[in-house]
Design a protein around this ligand. Structure first.
Ligand code: F6R
Length: 591
């Protein structure tokens, strides 16, 4: 996610803004820029890459400005696409976080009225809308402009002829730092803490005007008061948004990530161009680690909903195995877009004649340049080594692909889409039960071995749950299809090996209950992940982690969130270094 900083006060704005942006660097970005009011002009710089030495930039001797670190969404990382964006007159500068879902139609409308665009971004429409509505009152112009926007935004804007900043927020965070005769507005608290620890958290629909003599907040056309709070955190705590670890913060970001990914690809209909599937006879997924588990869920979905045969290959095996492909679509799933094995497997798949599609989180990454087609997940930067929110975003894209390709009647597709739209709420419900999951996790923390089991879609859910557990808690965790236990793994079960069972509300439910009874007969502790109104399972297991009721295919989201939290709290109880587990890297760029 991008970072925003705006300043008005008595210091040099370029210095304050650059130092504030550097405080947001931990979130990741690919380009940046700042605009400072100098007399009645705007002085602007934009750069690709890291900020580096803050002292190296002398933008202008002014004390009012805005700046931005960009994590590319619409349009590649480049100076032109970097913020701030300006209008035709060059008098208005805007920085923005979020996604404007109706930007295409707004852009066409503005172009028809003679506006010329320089970038590929959704943000630039905001500058032009403000320009159209500006008649000397910047607040009024911003108010009118944002009334045309759909999607999410946190934005800060300045006009070269006005001694003020105007900001607006809707579904994207914005905080105002209140200093002594200076104000700094930013997307995140760490950007502010070097200057003040007094902040006002802005809310959806707020419009803020910052002037040298103070600030005003407007909401629903009325001036309102919002209380300033004193932040007790250090900068390091603030980077984690007050969470103890990035992993927990990122799990908590999942509802937003689902909303953003759905925004990207869902309006009335599923807005995914599936021309990549024309004429194919099979799908081959290539991926590693968590992305491999997302692929297994993708296989389940595509085979169930479309009937197209699907194989899933570890990228590292595909490279040497080079299986025969027949009119294949090779789908590479990779959060980073830089995993060496996945990139090599993509190159080989192309050589073997496959069409390639990459599902990627990082815009402009190498995978996006190799693939014939690209679909982005909208998870934002993920800092913790363990993939959490990015995995869920991958699942959301896979649901949409499978639904779009399915031959199901429209009414059935619409019913499933409606269910998907409420998924952020269901995830929030699970997060609300975090404390119960923590208590269960703390009982598991003394064990050295665990077994995860499931059936159907529950198998890849179990595999991903076990991977999360082993990588961050260092507990040896294996995953098996429940029906396979009696073919060997039963020998491992007993009092010292708890079993985590995912109970999916589908045709596998009854047989899973039988498997659980078999496991209990071996005296293992059993933790079941089950629906909230399931009264049957509690008769047979030691602990139940409750998840809200949903369509069985969507349990991959609900169960995985519960299992991510289970792994997190187990590792926390064991005092592990959760965000940077030993021997692991976020991006595996060697084969
Ligand atoms: C586990 C994890 C890894 C990655 C794997 C692939 O939590 O994060 O298993 O999923 O290294 O990475 P990407 O998706 O970047 O290709």
């Amino acid at each position: 996610m991008c970072g925003i900083a705006g300043y008005i006060g008595f210091r040099r704005a370029d210095e304050v803004i650059i130092s504030a942006l550097k405080r947001l660097e931990y979130r990741g970005y690919d380009s940046w820029g700042i605009a400072v009011k100098h007399g009645n002009e705007i002085r602007l710089i934009k750069r690709v890459g890291a900020i580096g030495d803050a002292k190296a930039y002398n933008v202008a001797d002014g004390n009012l400005g805005v700046g931005h670190t960009r994590w590319a969404t619409h349009g590649k990382p480049s100076e032109i696409n970097a913020h701030p964006h300006t209008d035709c007159s060059g008098k208005i500068a805007v920085v923005h976080n979020g996604i404007i879902s109706n930007f295409q139609s707004l852009r066409e409308e503005l172009e028809n009225r003679g506006h010329e665009f320089k970038s590929e971004t959704d943000t630039e429409v905001i500058a032009h809308l403000i320009e159209e509505n500006y008649g000397g009152d910047l607040k009024e112009a911003v108010e009118k402009a944002v009334s045309r926007l759909r999607g999410s935004y946190a934005l800060v804007t300045l006009h070269a002829e006005r001694d003020e900043l105007v900001a607006a927020r809707y579904k994207s965070p914005l905080v105002l730092g209140v200093g002594d005769e200076e104000w700094i507005i930013a997307s995140d608290v760490p950007a502010i803490l070097d200057y003040t620890s007094r902040v006002v958290y802005l809310e959806d629909g707020d419009l803020v005007v910052l002037r040298r003599n103070g600030f005003e907040i407007w909401s629903g056309g009325k001036k309102i008061e919002r209380r300033a709070e004193t932040i007790p955190w250090s900068i390091e705590d603030a980077e984690k948004g007050g969470y103890e670890h990035f992993m927990l913060k990122e799990i908590h970001e999942t509802p937003r990530v689902i909303e953003d990914t759905l925004f990207e690809y869902l309006s009335e209909d599923i807005e995914i161009d599936v021309s990549f599937s024309a004429g194919i006879s099979e799908v081959v997924f290539i991926a590693c680690g968590t992305s491999y588990h997302a692929s297994l869920i993708g296989k389940y979905l595509i085979e169930k909903l479309t009937g197209i045969p699907v194989r899933v290959e570890f990228a590292s095996e595909f490279i040497y195995h080079q299986p025969p492909l027949h009119r294949a679509l090779a789908i590479a799933i990779t959060q980073s877009g830089e995993t060496a094995d996945t990139l090599e497997a993509m190159r080989i798949a192309k050589k073997l004649g496959a069409r390639t599609l990459a599902i990627v989180n990082v815009l402009g990454s190498t995978a996006t340049r190799i693939a014939d087609h690209v679909l982005y997940t909208r998870a934002g930067p993920e800092i913790s080594v363990a993939a959490t929110k990015s995995f869920i975003a991958q699942l959301i894209v896979l649901y949409l692909i499978a639904l779009k390709l399915s031959g199901m009647p429209g009414s059935d597709v619409n019913r499933l889409i409606d269910e998907l739209r409420i998924m952020p709420e269901l995830v929030r419900k699970i997060l609300g039960r975090e404390d119960e999951i923590r208590q269960t996790a703390e009982r598991l923390a003394t064990f050295e071995n665990m077994m995860y089991i499931g059936r159907g879609i529950g198998v890849p859910i179990a595999m991903e749950g076990a991977l999360k557990m082993k990588e961050i808690s260092y507990i040896h965790a294996e995953a098996y299809p429940a029906g396979e236990l009696k073919h060997g793994p039963f020998a491992l079960l007993g009092k010292k090996t708890p079993v985590i069972a995912s109970l999916i509300p589908d045709e596998t439910y009854e047989i899973m209950l039988n498997n659980i009874k078999e496991v209990k007969a071996r005296e293992s502790i059993v933790v079941a992940v089950a629906e909230e109104d399931d009264r049957e399972v509690e008769k047979y297991v030691d602990h139940v982690i409750r998840v809200p009721k949903t369509e069985h295919i969507f349990t991959a989201v609900t169960h995985s969130i519960a299992l991510q939290l289970l792994a997190y709290y187990t590792a926390r109880k064991r005092g592990c270094e959760i965000d940077k587990p030993r021997n692991l890297a976020k991006s595996v760029t060697v084969e």
